[in-house]
Ligand binder design. Structure first.
Ligand SMILES: Nc1ncnc2c1ncn2[C@@H]1O[C@H](COP(=O)(O)OP(=O)(O)O)[C@@H](O)[C@H]1O
Ligand SMILES: Cc1ncc(COP(=O)(O)OP(=O)(O)O)c(N)n1
Length: 269
């Protein structure tokens, strides 16, 4: 059994954060473990507040896992401030963690800041160089690459800039652009596009968390990066297709797994 760890915040309504990650791990038949960094009071209408755990408590959780268990992949989600970021980065380096998937969570869909403004530089200098893959959405990629992404060509350019910051693989998600939901991967040499049909729904709570956790699960299982993303893209497509309303606002995606394959286009540099 492959063992996958999420280091992220708790979402009380269960659609994003730790809860989405663990559901995704279970659906991928890997054993899920969790380090909670922050507790959010959150529902389908938005994030009401967030309470960070002391770094000492986060450190103890990480040491408890790595001192005992062989971790096959790590997904990183909400780390809200620079102290938490540097603590997590130092410990992952110390334990030589492998298959690190960094979802650089910055702001919820409802507009609540899940990462302090002054911590973005710490994320760039401490976490990007140690991750295997970073999975920013358009907004996050804009802030990291200092760009204003409007189309696929801009996504490719931002991928290159973020790759230069030290991320081995960069996957920029196109969920927030119009038209098809196309995600762009840069592997340092060439580009791949992962194409999804845009699904007309308001229920997209937890899409980013789910995609990054699925990638971590697939990397843990031994798939290469392109296969891991392809399978995960298929998973999120199904999850959004089956999303549903549970409250008055943005409902969660669901966690079914059915592999149908996805169109992948490879580009030379
Ligand atoms: N309406 C949609 N239809 C199909 N795929 C979507 C839709 N919205 C987002 N996605 C996909 O979900 C994944 C998460 O993307 P995104 O929503 O941009 O991330 P985040 O939750 O971090 O903002 C990506 O693969 C993206 O292409
Ligand atoms: C605790 C917590 N972590 C991350 C998010 C962001 O989730 P994401 O899938 O990127 O998008 P939304 O859920 O905000 O739509 C979160 N909300 N809470």
């Amino acid at each position: 059994m492959k063992k996958v760890l999420t280091i992220a915040g708790s979402d009380s309504c269960g659609g994003a954060g730790i809860q989405a990650d663990l559901k995704t791990f279970s659906a991928h038949l890997v054993y899920g473990m969790s380090i909670i960094t922050s507790v959010t009071a959150q529902n389908t209408q938005g994030v009401i507040d967030a309470y960070d755990l002391p770094v000492e408590v986060i450190e103890k959780q990480i040491r408890a896992i790595f001192n005992d268990i062989n971790v096959d992949a790590v997904k990183i989600g909400m780390l809200s401030n620079s102290r938490i970021i540097s603590t997590v980065a130092d410990l992952l380096k110390f334990y030589r963690a492998k298959n690190i998937v960094l979802d650089p969570v910055m702001i919820s869909k409802s507009g609540f800041k899940l990462l302090k403004d002054d911590a973005i530089s710490s994320l760039i200098s401490n976490l990007i160089p140690i991750c295997t893959i970073i999975t920013p959405n358009i907004h996050e990629a804009n802030l990291i690459a200092q760009m204003d992404i409007k189309n696929i060509d801009d996504m490719k350019k931002a991928c290159r800039i973020i790759n230069d910051l030290g991320a081995r693989y960069v996957l920029i998600k196109g969920g927030h652009l119009n038209d098809d939901a196309i995600d762009v991967l840069f592997d340092g040499k060439g580009y791949y596009q992962f194409k999804g049909n845009r699904i007309k729904t308001k229920n997209t709570h937890g899409t980013g968390c789910t995609l990054s956790s699925a990638i971590a699960a697939n990397l843990a299982k031994g798939f290469d990066i392109v296969e891991s993303i392809s399978k995960s893209k298929n998973y999120i497509q199904n999850a959004i297709e089956n999303s549903f309303s549970i409250g008055l606002g943005v409902g969660p995606v669901d966690h079914f797994y059915e592999f149908r394959g996805v169109e992948v286009i490879k580009y030379e540099r």
